[in-house]
Design a protein around this ligand. Structure first.
Ligand code: GRF
Length: 221
């Protein structure tokens, strides 16, 4: 198979983007990032440019409609020849035509164990709910927010003394691993989408769940 051509959409720091790019560069992932897009000024965009990645800031403000903004974004992604889109902290909800255009070839990473805690402020909500476990989910994007089929989840423990910052750092460390793993499955042809995700020739009926216990949290347990 030829290397995957990836578009990555961000709005912030871009730590997932950089983890994916690291893996492309050192050969752990048979892929190339051909486009980085952000809807706002973002540290991740600057970091991408510093690495020589093609990076575009496309603010929605410059467009009269959401549809217009997304059509321009789609054109830029397709012009770069991307065959997959990875959302990595992209903070805008995408409309139906955009989602339909990339159906079965667009992934997102969400910082919770979906379907628990869809939407924003997941770390805070986990702490408020007193959950014992938290984590992240890599899922295919459908038009319903944070509701597309989940492929892989990484679980981390919530421990006494956690605050949002500690918890989010623990979740992010696991995000970088699970996003890469799913992309590796795609790049090697193990994961395909045919009316839903298939892994190793079998329909994936439930997410694969991996526990990440070897964090600093272990020591605190
Ligand atoms: C991640 O926590 C991701 O789960 C969420 O947004 C955050 C992006 O972080 N969707 P980064 O920009 O990749 O550092």
């Amino acid at each position: 198979m030829s290397p995957l051509r990836l578009a990555v959409l961000i709005s912030g720091r871009g730590s997932n983007l950089l983890a994916i790019d690291d893996a492309c560069r050192d050969g752990r992932l048979d892929a190339r990032i051909v486009f980085v897009g952000s809807d706002r000024a973002a540290a991740g965009l600057e970091a991408a440019r510093a690495r020589g990645l093609p990076a575009l800031q496309l603010d929605a403000k410059g467009f009269a409609t959401r549809a217009g903004h997304e059509a321009a974004l789609r054109e830029a992604i397709d012009a770069a020849g991307a065959d997959w889109v990875a959302l990595a902290g992209y903070m805008r909800v995408l409309g139906e035509p955009f989602v339909a255009h990339y159906a079965g070839r667009m992934l997102n990473i969400h910082p919770s164990l979906l379907p628990r805690h869809k939407g924003l402020h997941t770390h805070r909500r986990v702490l408020e709910a007193g959950d014992r476990w938290h984590g992240a989910s890599v899922h295919f994007v459908t038009s319903e927010l944070d509701a597309g089929p989940v492929v892989l989840q990484g679980r981390v423990p919530v421990v006494a003394g956690d605050d949002e910052a500690r918890l989010s750092a623990r979740v992010q460390a696991c995000e970088h691993i699970i996003y890469l793993r799913v992309l590796q499955w795609i790049a090697s042809g193990r994961l395909v989408y045919r009316d839903g995700p298939w892994l190793d020739g079998q329909p994936l009926r439930a997410p694969i769940v991996e526990d990440f216990l070897d964090t600093e949290a272990d020591a605190a347990r």
